[in-house]
Design a protein around this ligand. Structure first.
Ligand SMILES: [Zn+2]
Length: 249
């Protein structure tokens, strides 16, 4: 992934975020602290913000935290066949029970309690990067999932995953990076096939290989773009993407 340009004079804010602030002001405060240390064009285009909510199952107290993200790294909850991207997003954002060793300390109870953790997107990036976790790690080996993950090329609706009062613009497909082994290759070294969308058209440019389906069983990184006030610089983007390499299984 792209390495961010460091701020030459980073000065972190060490004071804790004031929890008496409204949720939106707290989110903006958290975001401004991140920009203070990491501001760049890449952050402006690629980084979003999670809102994570913890609810104590004993007293019902809720606490929120805000964290930046560069990508959504989604599990594939099906080992074969075909499923929709929304199933992966649903799995990623499903309510998680924190118990046993994972119990957090409830701010109200002042004790470790079972909590329910929920994840929402509070700030949507202009370019949304989705990573499909195709490698399932077991105790003995790493297995690649060849499940076909289907997604819309135009009008991806992320509103089911948005925080309260946040209305995201629909996303359109911009590029996809496939992780595959060429069928004619003598080696098992995987390759990254990259497709770039021509803006203003509905066609995809095959970057390395032709006649490959966009939606397939090897899609690994999917780049969605929203026209929310951003003018794409396609040349710069293509250079960046063409340097991407597929991780070894
Ligand atoms: Zn509690």
């Amino acid at each position: 992934m792209v390495v961010d340009e460091p701020n030459p004079n980073p000065k972190p804010v060490l004071m804790e975020i004031d929890k008496s602030l409204s949720i939106n002001v707290e989110a903006m405060d958290s975001w401004s602290r991140y920009l203070r240390m990491n501001n760049s064009k890449f952050v402006y285009n690629f980084v979003g913000q999670f809102k994570s909510t913890l609810r104590c199952t004993f007293c019902g107290n809720c606490s929120e935290t805000f964290n930046p993200f560069w990508e959504l790294s989604l599990p594939i909850p099906q080992r074969s066949g075909q499923l929709s991207l929304s199933r992966c997003l649903d799995s990623f954002t499903s309510v998680e029970i924190l118990d046993d060793e994972e119990k957090p300390t409830c701010l109200m109870c002042k004790e470790k309690r079972n909590c329910l953790k929920s994840l929402f997107i509070h700030k949507f990036p202009k370019i949304l990067v989705i990573h499909l976790k195709r490698f399932s790690q077991t105790v003995e080996f790493s297995e690649k999932l060849n499940t076909i993950v289907d997604f819309p090329l135009i009008g991806l609706d992320m509103s089911p995953y948005a925080a309260e009062d946040i209305v995201p613009c629909p996303y359109n497909l911009y590029a996809i990076s496939n992780h595959s082994v060429p069928p004619t290759s003598d080696t098992t070294q995987p390759t990254a096939d990259i497709y770039i969308r021509k803006f203003g058209t509905s066609t995809m440019i095959p970057w390395f290989l032709q006649f490959r389906r966009i939606v397939s069983s090897v899609g690994m990184l999917i780049f969605f773009f929203t026209n929310n006030g951003l003018t794409p610089k396609t040349n710069n983007m293509m250079v960046t993407l063409s340097r991407a390499t597929a991780p070894a299984p």
